[in-house]
Design a protein around this ligand. Structure first.
Ligand code: 2RA
Length: 329
């Protein structure tokens, strides 16, 4: 397969290349694509060196699949150009996620919705992916009426500048600021910009994308997204109210059996998910599962995942794997 990685020099693009190699994706030709200022630079992949090319050149070479992580503007302009030459685009930006005719895919949940006609496929937001991995199997069994989620998000979700700001603050050094406030020893109750309704774009992604992936607008979701000085992954405290009662043991069995979920849930030995241990892994880690004693048919859980891997690069590569395995490209 001729594979383009658009945004190859960026944080997620680099993880996409790493995951493609780790999972031995059948790459016969790699097109690392980046902005003009990076054209001509070299990147290594599978022990070979490749020269970074620009978007015009990449479209001309008609890749089979293009993994995009280059921001919404680039995707809105260039994904259709790749699709027009027959490339299947898997886009990690928010540009296409809520378009009615575009599929928003977490392979373990709804890959079977994909067809060969889908030439632009949307990768959900990282904080959505890890949450719906838990919600989907439980919604199928019990029906979910409401979700209250608070996220504790890694600064890697913001990008390299934020990671650099935190490192500078650790060292007591001045430097470029990704945030108007210190990240070190702080918690910033803002991920992305605020909308008219007082929620941030990040919080509304959790609401809107969840409804689309579960194919059920009756699932009510309210979110608060916090940025914290962590690099390994996003953590989420999730409270779920079901339409029907449940057995905790069955909840655990359903989650344990769902592909891509690892339960870490034994308070007797202080076992629960933490980003420091989720970093670099592809599973979604779930623990602290307990009935909500204040509300019938409700429970709490703690969900942790590496936001650059299952939250972005690995989910995109898994979509590509599904397309190849099912001869949809
Ligand atoms: C964040 N989910 O964490 C967003 C984008 N990666 O900032």
């Amino acid at each position: 397969m001729k594979i383009a990685v658009v945004g190859a020099t960026g944080m997620v693009g680099q993880v996409m290349l790493k995951v493609l190699a780790e999972r031995k994706f059948p790459v016969t030709e790699l097109l690392p694509v980046a902005s003009e200022r990076s054209v001509g630079s070299k990147i290594s992949f599978n022990d070979r060196e490749y020269e970074v090319i620009g978007l015009e050149e990449a479209v001309k070479q008609k890749p089979d699949i293009a993994l995009f992580s280059a921001g919404g503007e680039t995707s809105l302009e260039w994904a259709p150009k790749f699709a027009a030459v027959g490339t299947t685009v898997i886009d990690n930006s928010s540009a296409w996620r809520m378009q009615p005719d575009k599929k928003l895919v977490v392979p373990e949940i709804n890959a079977s919705d994909l067809s060969a006609e889908d030439k632009i496929i949307a990768n959900p937001n990282c904080s959505t992916i890890q949450m719906v991995m838990a919600l989907a199997p439980l919604h199928k069994k019990y029906g979910i009426s409401r979700v209250v989620v608070s996220t504790y998000q890694s600064i890697t979700g913001t990008g390299v500048k934020a990671v650099q700001q935190l490192e500078n603050e650790y060292k007591g050094e001045k430097g470029e600021m990704a945030y108007p406030y210190p990240i070190h020893r702080n918690a910033i109750p803002q991920c992305d910009v605020f909308e008219e309704n007082g929620y941030t774009k990040e919080e509304m992604k959790l609401t809107n994308e969840t409804k689309k992936i579960l194919k059920d607008d009756s699932v009510h979701v309210t979110a608060t997204a916090i940025r914290i000085p962590v690099v390994g992954g996003h953590s989420e405290s999730v409270n779920i109210t079901f339409k029907n009662d449940f057995e905790l043991g069955e909840i655990r069995r359903i989650l344990k059996e769902f592909p891509g979920i690892t339960l870490q849930d034994n308070t007797d030995v202080n076992t629960y998910p933490m980003p420091i241990y989720a970093e670099g892994k592809d599973d979604v880690f779930i623990g602290r599962i307990r009935r909500d004693l204040s509300q019938p048919n409700s429970l709490n859980m703690w969900i942790v995942a590496d936001n650059l891997r299952k939250g972005a690069a690995t989910n995109a590569v898994q979509i590509a794997e599904y397309l190849v395995d099912n001869k949809l490209v």
